[in-house]
Design a protein around this ligand. Structure first.
Ligand SMILES: [Zn+2]
Length: 112
């Protein structure tokens, strides 16, 4: 069951203090699909957006779609390990939420 190893690794990154961007990046950096790594799903992407594109060691230059580390090293293209369409959908969800937050009178119900 290869997925177990990559999931455990992902969770170890969290246990070491890593945020979702760190865990997703390192999972997909060290494990391929054959080893059970999975690309960030919509919820993971939303978490990365809610984290303001930041991880503990990494950050996402969203406009350039590059993953950068604290030492300003370019770690690669975000779309190499993330489904870009899902990412753009998640960004659209986020900006809709922000619009709703900045114009609360226009929303019928508040989100969580
Ligand atoms: Zn995670």
């Amino acid at each position: 069951m290869p997925r177990l190893t990559s999931v455990l690794f992902h969770e170890l990154v969290h246990a070491a203090g890593g945020w979702e961007l760190d865990a997703e990046y390192y999972e997909n950096h060290f494990f391929g699909e054959k080893e059970g790594a999975t690309r960030p799903n919509r919820n993971d992407l939303q978490q990365i957006i809610d984290d303001k594109y930041e991880g503990w060691w990494l950050y996402l230059d969203a406009s350039r779609r590059r993953v950068m580390d604290l030492w300003k090293n370019d770690r690669g293209e975000f779309s190499q390990y993330a489904n870009l369409q899902k990412f753009e959908e998640a960004v659209a969800i986020k900006s809709a939420r922000e619009r709703a937050r900045s114009h609360p009178s226009e929303t019928l119900q508040k989100g969580r």
